[in-house]
Design a protein around this ligand. Structure first.
Ligand code: MYA
Length: 185
């Protein structure tokens, strides 16, 4: 990504390897939490994204834009596209490192309109870590793996203790996530 003019990943970022128990290339990741807005299959209004581990330190996700995702008539809402990238970027960080982490910063570049009915093919890459900071980036291509780039994004995720979720969210977060992580427990 060039737009912010900052080096990416920032100086001090170290390369990382996938966790030894991380799912391998070709593994379908399924749902990490059934009520997740990004991937959940019990979230009627959600994005219903599907992700698969790619080669190297990547996860490939697909997001099909429906009428429920419009901003302007016939076009995806930019905020929902940012959400799709948050999910894809969180998936590459969480699944390959197997560490609990939350989005600290998310940047998006919208390069082409994304029409209703189109599918974004998103490739998210784990770029490295610096202490608790995880750097990830992604690009989304229109309607095919080699389609034109419509959106680019990059993000900083920060690792947290699991009690981040039980303290700030639902005290039963651990059980809920464990019970609904059906594909990649
Ligand atoms: C097997 C598992 C599978 C799992 C699959 C999961 C898929 C998930 C898919 C779903 C995906 C959806 C995911 C979601 O939707 S996550 C939901 C959206 N995000 C949040 O709610 C996060 C809210 N923020 C916080 O809780 C805290 O601020 C955090 C925890 C992030 C940090 O507060 P904490 O007090 O703990 O730590 P710290 O402040 O010392 O910061 C630590 C370091 O980080 C640096 N820093 C922090 N923020 C920024 C920033 N904005 N720009 C630049 N740098 C920043 C900071 O300078 C410091 O650096 P350094 O001083 O060490 O150098």
């Amino acid at each position: 990504m060039k737009n912010s003019g900052e080096a990416w990943p920032p100086e001090g970022t170290e390369p990382v390897a996938a966790h030894p128990d991380a799912p391998g290339p070709g593994t379908k990741l399924g749902v990490h939490f059934s009520e997740c807005f990004g991937c959940g299959d019990e979230q009627d209004g959600g994005l219903h994204m599907e992700s698969t581990v790619g080669d190297g330190l990547t996860v490939k996700s697909q997001f099909t834009v429906t009428e429920a995702h419009q901003g302007a008539p016939g076009l995806a809402h930019g905020g929902l596209l940012a959400c799709a990238f948050d999910e894809a970027l969180g998936s590459v960080a969480g699944n390959l490192l197997r560490l609990p982490a939350v989005t600290g910063r998310l940047e998006t570049d919208f390069r082409r309109p994304v029409p209703v009915g189109s599918t974004l093919f998103i490739t998210a890459t784990l770029d490295g870590m610096d202490g608790r900071k995880i750097y990830v980036s992604a690009e989304g291509r229109l309607d095919a793996e080699d389609g034109p780039v419509a959106v680019r994004a990059r993000a900083l995720f920060v690792t947290v203790e699991f009690d981040h979720f039980t303290t700030h969210g639902d005290p039963n977060a651990w059980k809920k996530m464990r019970d609904s992580n059906r594909v990649n427990p």
